[in-house]
Ligand binder design. Structure first.
Ligand code: ATP
Ligand code: MG
Length: 370
């Protein structure tokens, strides 16, 4: 069940999706991506396209609201969780409720829906700058790991304060009062990133190999502060040490140079003994396959953390894949990895799921017709 009110061009609608899902077919600019954006908003309270929240309000209006219920495998006999979110432009107020109750922090409500979205913009995770790959890790970890988002926010706060003090030429003691909280939160963030990558590295490689049907790829966590052989409780000390060692550099540049804000997730294409960065040398299809493998492990980690299969949202996600890759990735998606499927395409022949048995709905000028 999905209730929409003044979210982009979607107007005022209430939709009941069939339990297996639906394929939504409509011409360009009718609102297909908007609909998936509205659903995924309930997972992260952000636009998956990176739009600012004000842009999600229907033109000329002040408030949008989205509410949805997901019936997951866990709810047999119980009632489904309802996630609702609203945003008011004039007051810049966000409101989120879970089953009618407002959580203490919006961060506490993240990931309650259980959804993964595959979209053309995923390419940017692979061929964009390191910030895109850090954001991918941050979203995956915020959705799945208790305490990660809080640590990340504490880190960002300490970093912003330390940098502001550096820029305004404060005394060393004022700047460095931030070293302790910065290193403390950095250690939590880095430890979690390192654990997550090592936990999912093999699955990532397996997915890439399966979809590509031959070649291989790896993902490696490359932190800015070297912590290779250190246990988790050694990361804090390494961060403090890096801040000491780089003090002169930080002072000169007026910004903090060491920390998880400079981490990289290295995605490499492997051919026998040699490995090259996907970002620099990957073909369109290879980069797309890397992005799909990342989304598949994101789905797996959500399924494991929440113990139910996430909703699968597919927004034109198969562009640039040859037929053989398409078949193989669809095979992977079909194996109970995901729950309900909501897929959009401009026309029937663009649907990657031929003969999938999903009902077809239309969309015209934001109005969805079952
Ligand atoms: P395509 O097949 O090209 O990807 P689509 O069906 O996915 O198209 P969307 O991106 O969902 O299209 O919708 C685009 C339409 O939504 C545009 O015509 C745009 O004018 C409209 N739109 C975007 N933001 C808003 C908004 N805040 N209020 C009203 N309409 C909006
Ligand atoms: Mg679209």
């Amino acid at each position: 069940m999905l209730k929409l009110r003044l979210f982009r061009n979607l107007g005022d609608q209430e939709l009941s999706f069939p339990p297996e899902g639906v394929a939504i077919i409509g011409a360009n600019a009718q609102g297909k991506s908007n609909l998936l954006e509205a659903i995924y908003y309930l997972e992260t309270f952000r636009s998956f396209r990176g739009a600012r929240v004000e842009q999600l309000i229907a033109f000329g209006e002040d408030v949008f609201r989205v509410a949805g219920q997901v019936v997951s495998g866990n709810d047999v006999g119980g009632s489904p969780t309802e996630v609702a979110a609203a945003y008011e432009g004039s007051s810049r107020r966000r409101k989120v409720t879970i089953d009618g109750a407002e959580p203490e922090r919006i961060g506490d409500a993240i990931g309650r829906l259980g959804a993964v979205i595959f979209s053309p913009a995923d390419m940017g995770i692979v061929n964009g700058g390191p910030v895109r790959r850090r954001r991918f890790m941050d979203v995956a970890l915020s959705l799945n790991e208790e305490g990660y988002l809080v640590a990340l926010q504490a880190f960002r706060h300490a970093l912003a304060q330390r940098n502001a003090a550096l820029r305004s030429g404060q005394l060393e003691a004022v700047v460095r009062a931030w070293d302790e909280p910065l290193a403390r939160s950095a250690a939590t963030v880095m430890g979690a990133r390192r654990r997550w990558v090592s936990e999912w590295r093999d699955a990532f490689r397996g997915y890439y190999e399966e979809v590509s049907g031959g070649d291989s790829a790896t993902m490696t966590y490359v932190p800015k502060v070297a912590v290779d052989d250190l246990p988790d409780d050694g990361i804090y000390g390494a961060c403090r040490n890096a801040l000491d060692v780089r003090w002169a550099v930080d002072l000169r540049r007026k910004s903090t140079s060491a920390g998880p804000h400079r981490d990289e997730l290295l995605l490499a294409l492997v051919d026998g003994e040699s490995a090259v960065e996907a970002r620099e040398f990957g073909s369109g299809g290879q980069c797309r396959t890397v992005a799909l493998a990342l989304r598949l492990i994101e789905g797996d980690s959500i399924r494991r953390a929440r113990q139910s299969a996430p909703v699968l949202l597919l927004d034109d996600a198969f562009a640039e894949l040859d037929d053989a890759r398409r078949e193989r990735v669809l095979g992977l998606m079909g194996q109970d990895r995901f729950g309900q499927v909501i897929i959009t395409a401009p026309k029937e022949s663009d649907l990657p799921l031929q003969g999938d048995g999903l009902p077809r709905w239309g969309i015209n000028n934001g109005q969805i017709c079952a």
